[in-house]
Design a protein around this ligand. Structure first.
Ligand code: CO
Length: 223
């Protein structure tokens, strides 16, 4: 049997087990989703959102990319964020990095990795922003761990700089933003940062929604 065929077989067993425990399981699953959490995690195969948090299908809305980045021009991430915040109205957004992250490690080198250089550049910017702190750490492993943590912290801050999050904070006092780091050696998650609605954001990133009503758009754009 080919490896991928095992997945299909396992899927049949999984579905049968669910039905055995609850005959209406898939009717309920298909009816709706009301996840309370948005998970923005690394694409790494060792950090599956549901498994490490003991949650089930329907409980976490998930977006994953290399090194769990929140890049303000990333339409993919922003679309997930907008849907999660404005439609699903999630209460918590979890940016979840992990020690031993290959993306972060690659960004710490001077190697040319091709196209992914452009993505990893965002992590190099985090390093640059915290260069003094980074250079003060002599141990290579500890410096690597620190950049994983700083990267998560900056991505959580990036969330707070979006109009999507700021608008939701104003309208419903949610979502809470959390930065977590998963430890592959222990299976445990460390909480690194939490940003709550009303937190002070660097003024240049603050949006004043009242001053830009749609009614003031030029006539040509009105239908
Ligand atoms: Co990773």
């Amino acid at each position: 049997m080919q490896s991928y065929q095992k997945l299909l077989l396992a899927n049949k067993l999984w579905a049968a087990e669910k039905l055995e425990l609850d005959a209406g399981y898939f009717d309920d699953l298909a009816a709706d989703q009301k996840p309370e959490f948005l998970w923005i995690g690394c694409a790494d195969s060792r950090v599956p959102a549901n498994e490490v948090t003991g949650t089930h299908p329907g409980e976490i809305f998930v977006h994953r990319n290399v090194a769990n980045l929140v890049v303000h021009t990333d339409m993919n991430m922003l679309s997930v964020l907008q849907y999660a915040v404005e439609v699903l109205k999630v209460k918590h957004i979890l940016v979840v990095g992990h020690y031993g992250c290959g993306g972060v490690k690659a960004a710490m080198t001077n190697k040319d990795y091709g196209l992914i250089n452009k993505w990893l550049r965002n992590i190099k910017d985090v390093y640059s922003k915290h260069e003094t702190e980074m250079k003060a750490i002599e141990n290579d492993d500890k410096r690597f761990d620190k950049l994983v943590e700083l990267n998560v912290m900056e991505q959580v801050k990036n969330l707070s700089k979006t109009t999507i999050v700021q608008k939701a904070w104003k309208e419903r006092n949610y979502p809470h933003l959390h930065g977590w780091v998963f430890d592959l050696h222990t299976g445990l998650i460390n909480s690194i940062i939490e940003i709550l609605p009303g937190a002070e954001i660097e003024s240049i990133y603050q949006y004043d929604f009242e001053e830009t009503p749609t009614a003031e758009l030029p006539q040509v754009y009105q239908h």
